[in-house]
Every structure is written in structure tokens, then in C-alpha cells.
Design a protein around this ligand. Structure first.
Ligand SMILES: NC(=O)c1ccc[n+]([C@@H]2O[C@H](COP(=O)([O-])OP(=O)(O)OC[C@H]3O[C@@H](n4cnc5c(N)ncnc54)[C@H](O)[C@@H]3O)[C@@H](O)[C@H]2O)c1
Length: 336
């Protein structure tokens, strides 16, 4: 599989490094509109062909698959061009700026019978995959709510705000773990460093079966935190993506409502049991994601992080922005 990577900024080099290690894959060419970034690409990967013209990848006959790792506003045009030229495409998250653009790309990929995958890398994170298996097995019982924190100082983006950039990860995790799309989202935030680009976001999402999910996201925070708490009626879980030793802890804790007297009164009995940490075999999520893309291209499978999965995330992001404009008034997430 001959791969071309468009965008060699912060993230693109990671794709080049990983695809060079994927079986039967070769990174043939890298494109960036910045001469400085191309100079760096040649220094880092001496045998790599470089270009400042994206069509030398999206339309090139010697390229089978295209990775798009440029800022969000450029995704639609680049992905469309590559799909129209018959390439399989892995596009970084979010798939595009609007739901309408995402829909066009999904329809085009289907019409051309091409693989369209979105870089929702947390679907390939060992901790998230472990939680998914245990949730599907019913280990936590009925899920009441999930609460995520994703904060750090920087990197501050100039093209999209913290909700599109960072909360997109947590929404992808919620959707994946619950196997569902929220019906409603309410979002508040704060604009401190730039006009119309939020630095912080607080999102509350309402999922089917009454599950409530919340995320606090920020690039203007002193601490790097990547936390997810899941509260079920049987057990509770905390996943800390920064903890390499014990990333997941299960708390055998809960509350049982019990009959208190014969007059129909209840008492809440607290159950406070063991805390256990399962063995989670760590691996680089991006490597697994890129391997999965190559596997899907070879076998013509649809990846978990498909174009449709990416479209669903942008539906939530669009609704979140509508809510943000309306001071947190809940906005409906329009399903495709
Ligand atoms: N999955 C993750 O964890 C993760 C992490 C970081 C970034 N990303 C995503 O990767 C994408 C890129 O992010 P980044 O942090 O690398 O951004 P960046 O700004 O550091 O780099 C983008 C690069 O693309 C180049 N570029 C812009 N327009 C171009 C065009 N039309 N053709 C060719 N090159 C062009 C720029 O010169 C720049 O070097 C974004 O979609 C972002 O959301 C994902």
C-alpha cells in the first residue's frame, strides 16, 4: 500500500513514522504548504519525497491511500479530491467543519467504494478498548453517567476552539463506549485568548436510556488531566490515560435503595468494596489506528472509526456550538 501524507505539522510526522512500520505499507510522499515543515520532513526521513502541491498526493497515480493531517478547514476539499481520484482516505479528526460536508464525503466514499476512516484515535486506545469490553459484558451494570476531564496548558489552536479540537475526543469515547449518539447537548465555555475561539468548554450530553455524559475541556489550565469516570449501578470505574501503571481502576462501590419500614420508606445503603486494577497491555494507539486503516484497505472492511462515525461526532459538535451561542440552552443533535 503506497501512502501519501498531506500535512506535516504537529501530528502528520506521527503518521509517517507509524505507516513506515505497518506491514506492506510504504510512505511514498509527504506534502505541506510550509517550506520549513518540508525541510524538517526531509531531515527526519531522508528518503522521503516531498511536495508543496497536495494534488501530487491526492491525484497521484503512484499513491493508493491518502492521510489528511491538515487543519480542519482544509479537510473537506482534500478528502473530496482524494476520494474522487479513487484513493482510500484516513482523515484526521474532526472529519470536516460542517455536518453537510461530512455527509457529502460519506456519500462520495460509498459511491466510489473507498474506505473513509477518521482519526478518532481513542477508539484504538488500550484503556478505552478495555473499558468497552467490560461495559459490553455488563461489569458495571446499568451506566448512570460518565464524566470526563481533558485539560492542559496548550497547544492553543488558531483554527478551531477547544470543543472541536479536544471535546471531539471525549464525544468519540462516549459514543463508542455507549454505542449510541446523544439526543441533546448543552454547552457553555469561555473566550479569553482569541475572539470566537473558545479556550474552555463544559458540555453535558444526554444519551439514550437516561445516561448523562459531561466533559470539561480546556487548553488554558495548569494541569494536564485525561480522566474519565464511569458510574454504573453495579460498579464504578476511573480511567486515567496519564497513568501507565494502573490506567483503570474498578471500584466495587454502589448505593442500594432498600425498604426501611413497612410504611414504604426507603433508606440508602452504601456499598463500599474492593478497588481493583486490571492488567491493561499498553500500546501506541496511533499505531493500532494506522494498522487498522491498512487492514481495512486490504480487506475492504469498514473501520470502527468510519466516515459515518466521524459524521456523528460533527453532528454533536455543531449542536454544541449552537448551544454555546445560546448561553448553554440545550440543542438537539440531528441524526443523519
Ligand atoms: N488524534 C489526535 O490525537 C490528534 C492530535 C493532534 C492533531 N490532530 C489533528 O490533526 C490535524 C492536524 O493537526 P496539527 O496539530 O498537526 O496541526 P498543525 O497546524 O501543527 O499542522 C498542520 C500542517 O498542515 C499544513 N497545511 C495546512 N493546509 C495545508 C494544505 N492545504 N495542504 C498541505 N499542507 C497544509 C500546515 O502548513 C501545517 O504544517 C487536525 O485535524 C487535528 O485535529 C489529531
Amino acid at each position: 500500500m503506497r501512502v501519501g501524507v498531506v500535512g506535516f505539522g504537529q501530528w502528520g510526522p506521527n503518521h509517517v513514522r507509524n505507516f513506515r512500520m505497518v506491514d506492506d505499507c510504504d510512505v511514498v510522499r509527504v506534502c505541506d504548504t510550509s517550506p520549513a515543515r518540508l525541510g524538517l520532513a526531509r531531515k527526519q526521513f531522508r528518503d522521503l519525497d516531498t511536495t508543496s502541491d497536495p494534488t501530487a498526493i491526492t491525484l497521484a497515480p503512484d499513491i493508493d491511500a491518502v492521510v489528511v493531517a491538515t487543519p480542519v478547514q482544509s479537510h473537506f476539499a482534500l478528502v473530496r479530491q482524494a476520494l474522487e481520484a479513487g484513493k482510500d482516505v484516513l482523515c484526521e479528526k474532526p472529519l470536516a467543519s460542517t455536518v453537510a460536508e461530512c455527509r457529502t464525503l460519506c456519500e462520495l466514499a460509498a459511491a466510489k467504494r473507498r474506505v473513509l476512516m477518521v482519526g478518532h484515535v481513542f477508539l484504538y486506545n488500550p484503556g478505552v478498548q478495555h473499558l468497552k469490553i467490560d461495559l459490553d459484558r455488563g461489569e458495571l451494570g446499568r451506566v448512570y453517567y460518565m464524566d470526563a476531564t481533558r485539560t492542559n496548558l496548550g497547544p492553543v489552536r488558531r483554527d478551531v476552539g477547544a470543543i472541536y479540537d479536544l471535546a471531539s475526543h471525549d464525544i468519540s469515547i462516549f459514543n463508542f463506549l455507549l454505542g449510541a449518539q446523544p439526543a441533546e447537548v448543552s454547552a457553555t465555555g469561555g473566550f479569553f485568548l482569541q475572539e470566537q475561539i473558545e479556550d474552555i468548554g463544559f458540555l453535558t450530553l444526554t444519551y439514550p436510556k437516561g445516561v448523562v455524559c459531561h466533559v470539561h475541556t480546556s487548553w488554558l489550565n495548569p494541569r494536564k488531566v485525561r480522566h474519565l469516570t464511569i458510574v454504573g449501578d453495579h460498579k464504578m470505574a476511573v480511567w486515567d490515560d496519564m497513568d501507565n501503571l494502573e490506567p483503570i481502576r474498578y471500584y466495587d462501590k454502589g448505593v442500594i435503595a432498600d425498604h426501611y419500614s413497612s410504611f414504604g420508606e426507603f433508606q440508602m445503603i452504601l456499598r463500599d468494596g474492593a478497588i481493583t486494577s486490571p492488567k491493561v497491555k499498553l500500546f501506541e494507539p496511533l499505531m493500532h489506528q494506522d494498522q487498522e486503516f491498512a487492514g481495512c484497505v486490504r480487506s475492504r472492511r469498514t473501520p470502527a472509526a468510519s466516515g459515518e462515525f466521524g459524521l456523528a461526532i460533527v453532528q454533536v459538535l455543531e449542536a454544541a456550538h449552537e448551544s454555546l451561542k445560546n448561553q448553554g440552552r440545550a440543542a438537539r443533535v440531528v441524526a443523519s
